[in-house]
Design a protein around this ligand. Structure first.
Ligand code: NAP
Ligand code: HSE
Length: 430
């Protein structure tokens, strides 16, 4: 083994993930040569504010000038962990054009510009690795591109946002308020710089778009994904869900059926006996179904400094091996099919519907009649007498076309017996 080979790299970003990557590079310093055939040197780190004190990172290697990196011919590897679409996109494209290898954790960028970046990487014979962009420490990108590529995949379903899973777990198990749980998830480094992306389902939407593209070899972007977040979920919904034997999770789902892709993120009731119901805290889990592989499940830490850094470091190791063996440039993931995406109205779901209604004879029958007339069949129902002549009515439906459910809901909203619709959540299963 030649101990003199050093791969020089630049880190773009020294925040939650970047500082974790730098720390791991230090921890693995003596082993890198055994794992890859070379040592790793992080020569420069790009930040916004180079005067900010950063524990364990020498200030001499900090820079706020991209030119110091792109024009440095010694730097062969760029590790982008700064986030956002621009200037990350420009920097990555420039790095690939300059023949530098790239590792990124940036799902925002890949969910919009993945095909452009992968194509440039392929044309320039460069590596573009992005395991950390989906589900933190869980290996899922490489399995989709390689291990599971031997058969047709038909469905991916998963809990792919650590922040919202943490919030829902705390609300459900400890009765913690939504704001308090979000603040704790932010303190722990799970949340995005703007946590709206987490709680509104955009972050999970970007991850499911990336996975759908890889699984179905088709270009699925974030704009194709139907998203609904967890901000409307209340402790009452969670309590009723538990009474019915369910837990509430934010799920990303994508399916390929009849030549069309379904791709969406929304809260869902899952039976408490289902394996996904046991995925708590900031853990993520991804279920994959394929015609040949059948079911496969991947689970692990989906967010946070060291779990994410672990996935980034795994990519760095692969790129370093490829550099040493002159083997860079195969990335997989280029779309060679062109399946259309199904509008959400044409997909099917079961529904949990919680309503406040007038507590008088015929109210339940009237509402059930409207649902039935619109092809919405009721599977379970609970009615609880409240105060001031109001009763709470909770219904779980059978599987229904979203369009039919929306038609029924529009009529129910106009009924005089209805005081309020308090909760609408889809339910997993046929
Ligand atoms: P973060 O804590 O906000 O850190 C961002 C870093 O990038 C900071 O050091 C910042 O510099 C630097 N930066 C941002 N914009 C810059 C610019 N225009 N020029 C130069 N430097 C810039 O973010 P993070 O949580 O580490 O996330 C980084 C990436 O990893 C994102 O793409 C994120 O989606 C992804 N990711 C995060 C996690 C997680 O658990 N946090 C998990 C998986 C993937 P300053 O320090 O000077 O402000
Ligand atoms: N904010 C993201 C999450 C980070 O909570 O899952 C990991 O991608």
């Amino acid at each position: 083994m030649n101990e003199k080979i050093v791969v020089k790299a630049a880190l773009l970003g020294a925040g939650t993930v970047g500082s974790g990557v730098y720390a791991l590079a230090g921890l693995l310093e003596d082993e890198m040569v055994h794992k890859t055939g070379a040592s790793l040197e992080i020569k420069k780190i790009l930040v916004r504010d180079k005067k900010k004190k950063r524990d364990g990172i020498p200030c001499e290697i900090l820079t706020d000038d991209w030119k110091e990196i792109i024009e440095d011919e010694e730097i062969r590897l760029v590790i982008e962990v700064m986030g956002g679409v621009e200037p990350a996109r420009t920097y990555i494209l420039e790095a690939l054009k300059a023949g530098k290898q790239v590792v990124t954790a940036n799902k925002d960028l890949l969910a919009e510009h993945g095909q452009e970046i992968l194509t440039l990487a392929e044309n320039n014979g460069c590596d573009l690795q992005f395991e950390a962009a989906v589900a933190g420490a869980i290996p899922i990108i490489r399995p989709l591109k390689q291990s599971l590529a031997g058969g047709r995949l038909t469905e991916i379903m998963g809990i792919v946002n650590g922040t919202t899973n943490y919030i829902l777990t705390k609300m459900s198990e400890e009765g913690m308020g939504y704001q308090e749980a979000l603040a704790e998830a932010t303190r722990l480094g799970y949340a995005e710089a703007d946590p709206t992306a987490d709680v509104e389902g955009y972050d999970a939407g970007r991850k499911i778009a990336i996975m759908a593209s890889l699984a179905f070899n088709s270009n699925v972007t974030f704009s194709d994904v139907y998203t609904e977040g967890i901000t409307k979920i209340t402790s009452e919904d969670i309590r009723y869900a538990r009474e019915f034997g369910y837990v509430v999770k934010l799920l990303g789902v994508t399916r390929l059926a009849d030549g069309k892709i379904e791709v969406k993120v929304h809260p869902m009731l899952i039976a408490d006996s289902h394996p996904l119901a046991t995925v708590r805290d900031s853990f993520n889990a991804v279920f994959v179904h394929g015609e040949a592989c059948d079911d496969a499940m991947f689970m692990g830490r989906g967010a946070g400094k060291m779990p994410t850094a672990s996935a980034v470091m795994g990519d760095i190791i692969i790129v370093m091996r490829n550099i040493l063996h002159d083997n860079c440039g195969w990335n997989g993931g280029i779309a060679y099919k062109n399946f259309p995406v199904k509008p959400i109205e044409e997909t099917r779901s079961r529904y949990f519907l919680r309503m406040q209604v007038m507590d008088k004879a015929g109210a339940l029958a009237n509402i059930a009649g409207v649902l039935g007339n619109n092809d919405v069949s009721i599977a379970q129902v609970v009615q609880n007498r409240g105060k001031d002549g109001i009763a709470e009515l909770v219904v779980i439906t059978d599987s229904v076309l979203e369009r039919h459910f929306n038609d029924a809901l529009m009529i129910v909203r106009g009924m005089s017996v209805l005081k309020e619709i308090s909760g609408i959540i889809r339910v997993y299963g046929e």
